[in-house]
Write a protein that binds this ligand. Structure first.
Ligand code: PNS
Length: 164
């Protein structure tokens, strides 16, 4: 099966310019990208999966080649359900490599027909991570250069609500 659809999975808590860049560049290769928001059980999240889906849908509003969805359970099961055999992941620095390699091995073991394709993050985005964004925002710093203005606004609102 040759896939024209790639699944781009992640926590997206929150979505960053780095994520958006991978989607844009991925569309140069694939006809359609499904951004698949997962609940990452090992990470403490700021936004609920529903809120992340809503944010991403707003960011890619009007794009017929981008779908935003939410999944639970195994990623390979979700990919099969969506009739895709490609998992797209962004790689920033060498620090990402081990984690990504482990995940791709696990996915390959579970479903040998599904390929993980890595795309190197553009260097201007290599320092951006959702975790760092949350930390900076929590301490009142600006995340303007790392996220879309809508995401920045939503983070601020969320932190304000949490501080109540
Ligand atoms: O943005 P993240 O947190 O690095 O994304 C990690 C994610 C969601 C892609 C990964 O945790 C995942 O695929 N979760 C679904 C469960 C699964 O399939 N696990 C087996 C492969 S490790």
């Amino acid at each position: 099966m040759r896939s024209k659809i790639a699944i781009y999975p992640g926590s997206f808590d929150p979505p960053t310019y780095g994520h958006m860049n991978i989607v844009e560049r991925g569309l140069g290769i694939f006809q359609k990208i499904i951004i698949a928001v997962a609940r990452n059980t090992s990470k403490k999240s700021l936004f609920t999966p529903e809120e992340r889906v809503e944010l991403l849908r707003k960011l890619f509003k009007g794009r017929r080649d981008v779908e935003v969805d939410y999944f639970e359970g195994l990623l390979v099961g979700y990919a099969l359900k969506k009739k895709s055999n490609v998992i797209l992941r962004g790689l920033r620095t060498v620090a990402d490599y081990e984690y990504e390699l482990q995940m791709s091995f696990a996915n390959k073991n579970l479903s040998p027909n599904i390929e993980t394709i890595f795309m190197m993050t553009e260097s201007r985005y290599s320092h951006i991570s959702s975790t760092i964004i949350k930390e900076i925002a929590f301490f009142g710093g600006s995340v303007k250069n790392m996220v879309h203005p809508l995401v920045e606004k939503t983070i601020k609102a969320k932190l304000k609500e949490r501080a109540k």
